[in-house]
Design a protein around this ligand. Structure first.
Ligand SMILES: Nc1nc2c(ncn2[C@@H]2O[C@H](COP(=O)(O)OP(=O)(O)OP(=O)(O)O)[C@@H](O)[C@H]2O)c(=O)[nH]1
Ligand SMILES: [Mg+2]
Length: 446
């Protein structure tokens, strides 16, 4: 019998908690309820039941039980949920008991979401959005992930794919009627504006300065500058903890130290780096190499200098970063006669030691990050995988528009390639490898 396995797992976080949720999905889910929590509750209505061991019959716990018959469930299969008391022994006893019901086995990582995808409840971008929602750490990330999990990208991409298929049908009609020159050229001519609009829309969508991707990964700020100016002190002030070692010795920091901050709902990753100067040994030289590499890859460099000896030129290796640099001068507490005077306007004066100016600097960082990655009006690309497929699609549409209208077979192929790129993006056209990669990122119970 090639019966689909029924899978089960703890779907809430492991560890002690008030309540733990055990999810069961598959054809035997109803039998689990009959054997352990009889009578089955009405569909989608919570009911309190004594949970019993299916073989021995002993009481395991008192639980809130839910029954979602197929297809109206997360996975599209029969699903049962047991909300049990969140103690380790309770959870373990319940999981071991479910295993006794014929046809049930523990779920693998991401298997619930994979089944939801297989039954058409989710497309790939929605599944990815769900994974991101679970991983989201800040308000802006939550909003973006929720929008994607709710199908914002799926709707957009499916709509585009539909238009490409429409254009393809017109070109195929042109091929079928090619001996009736009039009909053929008319239908082909109808396809062209459709493709032109689409190509422009996809190009605009791609031209987003990677907003969604940076929001998903975090806005990267690198603290750089000469040695001893207070970069590590500033990192600690921003993080409000002693994340990095501070000392009066120049050349203290060697490795890059990263902290993740939530600045006004935006994920900002701040890195402290080795001070830039002529290195005195191989370890410092490696530290400086890392500083430069990090700074060049950053979304923003905070160039820190000593207010008493401002170094207002970036090292030549960072010349390209000039328009992504925020100038900050530290140790203003040491400047006699006030801390703002004689500093250029666009410089942020702070004292990492006393905390002066740190709030203002945080606000400036948040404003820059918001400008760069704040959620836009339109749902955005959130992953490299999306971008690659969209670029493939856009390129094929451009080839179509540039190609000869007399080579109809080739033009039809351009559109097929474009539609397939979007199909791979949403998972309408699958490659097992991509699916394994995406669902492998989920944890067990998701
Ligand atoms: N007075 C004063 N001293 C500061 C301030 N910020 C940092 N310092 C001191 O400056 C020295 C160097 O600070 P660090 O934070 O280690 O400097 P750094 O830039 O990380 O130094 P390297 O890692 O060696 O490049 C320490 O003695 C700090 O206490 C400040 O705002 N005012
Ligand atoms: Mg340091």
């Amino acid at each position: 019998m090639s019966q689909v396995a029924t899978i089960f797992a703890l779907s809430s976080a492991p560890g002690r908690a008030g309540v733990a949720v055990v999810r069961i999905s598959g054809p035997a889910a109803g039998r689990v309820l009959d054997a352990m929590a009889s009578p089955r509750p009405r569909p989608r209505m919570a009911a309190v039941r004594r949970l019993r061991h299916p073989v021995a019959g002993g009481i395991l716990d008192h639980a809130l039980v839910l029954w979602f018959p197929a297809p109206k469930s997360f996975t599209g299969e029969d699903v049962a949920e047991l909300h049990v008391h969140g103690g380790r022994a309770v959870i373990q006893a319940v999981l071991e008991a479910i295993r006794e019901v014929p046809g049930c086995r523990p779920a693998e990582a991401g298997e619930f979401a994979r089944r939801a995808f297989d039954s058409g409840r989710l497309d790939l971008t929605m599944a990815e959005g769900l994974a991101d929602l679970i991983d989201s750490e800040t308000e802006a990330q939550r909003k973006q992930a929720l929008r994607q999990a709710g199908g914002a990208l799926a709707g957009l991409y499916d709509g585009w794919r539909g238009s490409i298929l429409e254009a393809l049908a017109l070109v195929e009609a042109a091929i079928d009627f090619s001996d009736e020159a009039d009909v053929g050229s008319t239908t082909f001519a109808q396809a062209v504006p459709l493709v032109r609009d689409l190509e422009a829309a996809i190009r605009r969508h791609l031209d987003d300065e990677n907003r969604g991707e940076i929001l998903r990964e975090g806005f990267h700020v690198v603290l750089a500058g000469p040695p001893n100016v207070g970069k590590s002190s500033l990192l600690n002030a921003l993080a409000r903890r002693e994340a990095a070692i501070v000392s009066e010795e120049a050349g203290t920091t060697r490795d890059v130290i990263e902290v993740r901050l939530d600045l006004d709902g935006l994920p900002v990753v701040v890195s402290d780096t080795a001070g830039l100067r002529e290195a005195t040994g191989p370890v410092e030289r490696e530290g400086i190499r890392r500083t430069l590499a990090r700074s060049r890859a950053a979304d923003l460099v905070v160039w820190l200098m000593d207010a008493g000896a401002p170094e207002t030129r970036l090292p030549p290796e960072l010349a390209d970063m000039a328009d992504r640099t925020l100038w900050v001068s530290n140790k203003v507490d040491l400047r006699p006669g006030g801390w703002r005077e004689a500093l250029p306007d666009d410089m942020v004066p702070i004292s990492a030691l006393t905390g002066k100016g740190i709030d203002e600097l945080s606000r400036r960082l948040a404003a820059i990050a918001r400008d760069r990655i704040g959620p836009g009006e339109h749902p955005g690309i959130t992953q490299q995988r999306h971008r690659r497929n969209l670029e493939d699609c856009q390129r094929s549409l451009a080839v179509f528009l540039d190609g000869s209208p007399w080579q109809l077979e080739l033009r039809a192929e351009d559109l097929r390639v474009a539609a397939n790129a979007l199909g791979r993006l949403t998972g309408r056209i699958d490659t097992e490898q991509v699916l394994d990669q995406i669902f492998g990122r989920f944890c067990i119970g998701k």
